[in-house]
Write a protein of this length. Sequence first.
Length: 183
Amino acid sequence: MPGLPGLPHQFEAPRFCAACGGSLPAAIARHGGWDCGACGRPTFLDPKVAACTVPWLEGKIVLVKRGIEPRRGFWASPGGYCCRGERPADAAARETLEETGLVARTGELLGVFAYEGSPVVVIYYDCEILRGGPPAALDECMDVGCFSPREIPWEELAFPSVHEGLRAAIAFRERCERARGPA
């Protein structure tokens, strides 16, 4: 069966109904899914949701060096996929603990990022570190680093969403500092 228009080959159309196992037609129905000929239920290719935090520790941003593909060896914010039924803010905090050992509470929504041809929607949160540390490279990470905004290895970031999430986090913190005024 051919891939979907505008999407890379790995995102092929489903061939069978998840509800009854019946064959699905090759053509997409007007509602954007495939109607099962056997049971009539529609099947959709839904996006996968990932959630990330931008933890700050003593004025520096905590980044992890990915130990898994895709983009193994590149820097990213702590984060990962949401489990079914899990709130994205909770997933972001869970992933931060799993990857760095830092217990975080998510705060301000920094942005929601999606890119043509990618099935992943990435949600970024500012966060407060409640306890833990120093950060350690744990699950799926090769290394962990703390970077001031000027020290961020922009050319070594794993994904466009990391660039956008970090820029949003830096801008948010600068706005907060201006709002507080001089000490």
